[in-house]
Design a protein. Structure first.
Ligand code: NAD
Length: 293
């Protein structure tokens, strides 16, 4: 028997990157999976591939999320795991974020996670009452504890996701619902493609990472599979952080990715740290997969 046989899971942002890897891994372990995404095309592509259900929704809209979760529950015949993964990012000097950009980043990353919990809990409770163990897995980020320069709203939102996870573990433990979160480091997806185009950036990340390389979406997915499964039946309120030079190896901190990138540029273009960071990521504003500001 596979590890998630009998489980019924929703994965938000399941149409791309880490969410798609989670949807595939959960299905491979025997779960029924509903792929929720802003993009109909991406949700359908992944759902078709794994024999799941595709639902188009914006996680920011609470009523739409209620409906999407209810539709997924009806299609699957229940819900035992909610994976709140949908997210977007952006890099700007803190004072240059517009209020609209701030709202968007907080809305998708933090409110979207809250909406997912809010819509899923009644169904997860029902599963719990019927003797089917239930859980929530939130996808946060190491930026929630150690943001890099330019990530102010993203880091703040992800810190909120980590706090939300701990509150959820306390509140829903008595209902038999476990709530955990996974904080990936630097994973190659549409969200980070811009940075993988700069070899010095990737080298700097890898040099400061205990295993000497960046992780993959599949490696994040494997941890989510564990947390969603019954082998983790006594695991709740846990925050799993991937990597990292900044979280584990303080001595490497000086060699930040930004510094490496600056070194790779002609001296004439090194004006100030802030400007350089902004320039370096000029091709990347709000991630290509998210709603634009
Ligand atoms: N890639 C990384 O290095 C990394 C690191 C840490 C955390 N994360 C987190 O992992 C999660 C997945 O990121 P990814 O790298 O796979 O990104 P991605 O851009 O590849 O995928 C994100 C998916 O979320 C969907 N989405 C965006 N906004 C949405 C909305 N409002 N409603 C519904 N769906 C929406 C997109 O359509 C897309 O399919 C995010 O929460 C991200 O913050 C990623």
């Amino acid at each position: 028997m596979r590890g998630l046989t009998g489980k019924r899971a929703i994965v938000t942002g399941g149409g791309s990157g880490i969410g798609a890897a989670i949807a595939r891994a959960m299905a491979a372990e025997g779960a029924e999976v509903a792929v929720l995404d802003l993009s109909r095309e991406r949700a359908e592509a992944v759902a078709d591939e794994i024999g799941g259900t595709a639902i188009t929704v914006n996680v920011v809209d609470p009523e739409a999320m209620d409906q999407a979760v209810a539709d997924a529950v009806e299609a699957m015949g229940g819900l035992t795991c909610m994976v709140n993964n949908a997210g977007i990012g952006s890099l700007e000097p803190m004072h240059e974020y517009t209020p609209k950009q701030w709202d968007l980043l907080l809305d998708v990353n933090l409110k979207g996670t809250f909406n997912g919990v809010r819509s899923a809990v009644p169904h997860l409770r029902e599963s719990g009452r019927a003797g089917r163990p239930a859980s929530v897995v939130n996808i946060a980020s190491v930026s929630g504890i150690r943001p890099t320069r330019g990530e102010a709203p993203y880091g703040a939102a992800k810190a909120g996701v980590i706090a939300l996870t701990m509150s959820g573990a306390l509140e829903y433990g008595p209902d038999g619902i476990r709530v955990n979160c996974v904080s990936p480091g630097f994973i190659r997806t549409a969200l980070t493609e811009f940075a993988f185009a700069v070899p010095a950036y990737v080298e700097a990340i890898e040099a400061g990472t205990p295993l000497g390389r960046t992780g993959t979406a599949e490696e994040v997915a494997d941890v989510v599979v564990f947390l969603a499964g019954d082998q983790a039946r006594f695991v709740t309120g846990v925050k799993i952080y991937f990597r990292s030079h900044s979280t584990l190896l303080p001595s490497m901190r000086k060699r930040t990715a930004a510094k490496c990138l600056r070194r790779s540029r002609p001296t004439s273009s090194r004006s100030s740290k802030t400007t350089t960071t902004r320039e370096m990521f000029a091709n990347w504003r709000t991630s290509s997969n998210g709603p634009s500001s």
